[in-house]
Design a protein around this ligand. Structure first.
Ligand code: GLN
Length: 547
């Protein structure tokens, strides 16, 4: 079967949840036995989001192959249980970079290089290359931005051409729009949708299906009006109301018939959707038997998107333990040894987040110390793990002034230091240790128990690591190295003795947690926090050990 392409555009305003709609449609089509992937086209000029501030862009999602990508790829992986790669995220910066590189190489044979056809051809090539790479049945193409933006135009034009190139029957245009409720008039308004569809249609990509975000249900009259003025059938007006959990959206979209309309229109061979496991998960999220509170200590906490995958992985790990996870957001800038007990009172687990730069480091160190000395389950991720090592060095190994060279180049004890191959690098984009690497776990460790495997593979994004020159000293003082990269002998996981659950990981486990496969470390961390909450005393009996 030829690969079919579904283009998803957004109108009226940003933040309508296009990524979730794409991921939800993807989940429904996967549940019907189709081979699906999702691609995000981002109309900005950065080559990738790797150099962007988390306040600006939210989390940078890293794929197995080490691409630094948009956080929507996280939703695709979590919803569809697929693995994405560099090919799944294309930006205007990358497209121009590729075109200009070709121009310099003389590939265009003396032609004038222009937006049309050269930029649009490059965009189309990125889309079809992904479709052909694994012979997918369907590629869902999410076009970032809002219809009418100048910067989105080449993408819309490229998709218009692609409809022509691969045949109309092999493509579908879905437009996500807003149907606002005007309190003063007491009614839902369709005009913004009509305008948005008009703009899209002027670019030659008139929609086949409209997904209408709305705070109130769309009645028959409104649906009919939208259908009539936007040139779609009434069954193709799909309502998308606010949901309690994003994981409910696939089920709501199924109720509205989104997947059936797509199957019909693309004439796809599809079985009935198998959503048994998904429904069980949603049920656990909505009706937990218990609750636990985890402190998330980080410096970007005002902007929750900066920690998107961590938040979702906590939900997955919670569901596996029949527990709701409430997050207490703790701004690391404000934490110190005096107020830490107050700020972290009542939490059953402490997660120190990834990050860059020295702002908030002292607060993170106070949080680590508090977790370590009070037997509170602790999970340090990347920078969080590095903070755990620094805190241990200073307070348990007598290494006064120990630090990371990221924060103090002349520290007497650089327990965290540049990786040798990072020292000479000056370019910022795409130059960290990125992507998936192997890690060997040691017997008896919390990590080994959680994973139940000796070898694991996890994704990385960092420049610094535990300094092997000081590793022996740290271990002699009780630091447990429970995971090592076999190829380069890099420390990937640390733990400490005589603590119910204290795990720091140099990698980013949150990036691999999905609905169908919650991440074992998150599940184990939540389990430990539930033990803690229920008065788990520091008795180290095998039976009582959270794994
Ligand atoms: N800043 C640290 C490093 O580069 C940690 C990075 C992170 O937390 N992702 O090594």
């Amino acid at each position: 079967m030829a690969t079919k392409y579904i283009f998803i555009t957004g109108g009226v305003t940003s933040s309508l949840g296009k990524g979730i709609i794409c991921a939800s449609l993807g989940r429904l089509l996967v549940a019907r036995g189709l081979r699906v992937t999702v691609q995000k086209l981002d109309p900005y000029i950065n080559v990738d989001p790797g150099t962007m501030n988390p306040y600006e862009h939210g989390e940078v999602y890293v794929t197995d192959d080490g691409a630094e990508t948009d956080l929507d790829l996280g939703h695709y992986e979590r919803f569809l249980s697929i693995r994405t790669s560099q090919q799944n995220n294309v930006t205007t910066g990358r497209v121009y970079f590729d075109v200009i590189t070709k121009e310099r190489q003389g590939t265009y044979l003396g032609k004038t290089v222009q937006v049309i056809p050269h930029i649009t051809d490059e965009i189309k090539a990125h889309v079809t290359r992904l479709g052909e790479s694994e012979n997918f049945d369907i590629v869902i193409v999410e076009i970032g931005g809002t219809v009418g933006d100048i910067e989105s135009l080449p993408y819309i034009e490229a998709m218009r051409q692609l409809r022509y190139d691969v045949g109309r029957k092999n493509t579908l245009s879905i437009h996500l729009t807003l149907v606002p409720y005007l309190a003063a008039a007491g009614e839902l308004k369709t005009k913004p949708t009509q305008h948005s569809v008009k703009t899209l249609s002027e670019s030659g990509l008139s929609p086949d299906i409209l997904v209408c975000r709305s705070e109130y249900p769309l009645d028959e009259t409104i649906r009919r009006k939208i259908a009539q003025f936007c040139n779609v059938e009434i069954e193709d007006v799909i309502a998308s109301l606010d949901a309690e959990s994003i994981y409910e959206v696939p089920l709501l979209m199924q109720d509205e018939g989104l997947d059936s309309r797509v199957i019909d229109k693309l004439n796809l061979p599809a079985k009935n959707a198998d959503l048994v496991q998904w429904k069980q998960f949603v049920d656990k999220v909505k009706h937990p038997k218990t609750e636990t509170t985890i402190a998330l200590v980080g410096k970007y906490v005002e902007h929750h998107d900066a920690y998107k995958s961590i938040v979702e992985a906590l939900i997955h790990g919670g569901a596996l333990n029949d527990s709701r996870v409430s997050i207490k957001w703790v701004q690391s800038d404000y934490v110190n040894d005096e107020n830490v007990a107050d700020l972290l009172s009542g939490v059953s687990g402490i997660l120190v987040a990834p990050g860059f730069g020295d702002r908030g480091i002292d607060g993170k160190l106070s949080a680590v110390k508090y977790a370590r000395t009070n037997g509170i389950p602790f999970f340090g991720i990347c920078l969080g793990m590095q903070c755990a090592v620094i805190e241990f060095a200073r307070n348990c190994a007598d290494l006064d002034g120990a630090n990371s060279t990221e924060f103090n180049e002349s520290t007497p004890y650089p327990v965290i230091d540049y990786m040798p191959d990072q020292r000479e690098i000056t370019d910022k984009g795409g130059t960290m240790r990125l992507g998936q690497y192997e890690c060997k776990l040691s017997d008896g460790s919390n990590a080994r128990k959680a994973y139940g495997d000796e070898f694991i593979r996890e994704r990385h994004r960092h420049r610094f690591e535990l300094n092997n020159d000081l590793r022996d000293t740290l271990q002699q003082n009780g630091l447990v190295v429970s995971g090592v990269n076999p190829e380069r002998d890099l420390v990937e996981i640390i733990e400490i003795e005589n603590h119910p659950w204290f795990v720091g990981v140099q990698f980013h486990p949150e990036l691999k947690s999905t609905v169908n496969e919650p991440h074992p470390l998150f599940a184990s961390f939540i389990k430990a926090s539930l033990f803690h909450k229920e008065g788990y005393s520091n008795v180290q009996s095998e039976q009582n050990q959270p794994v």
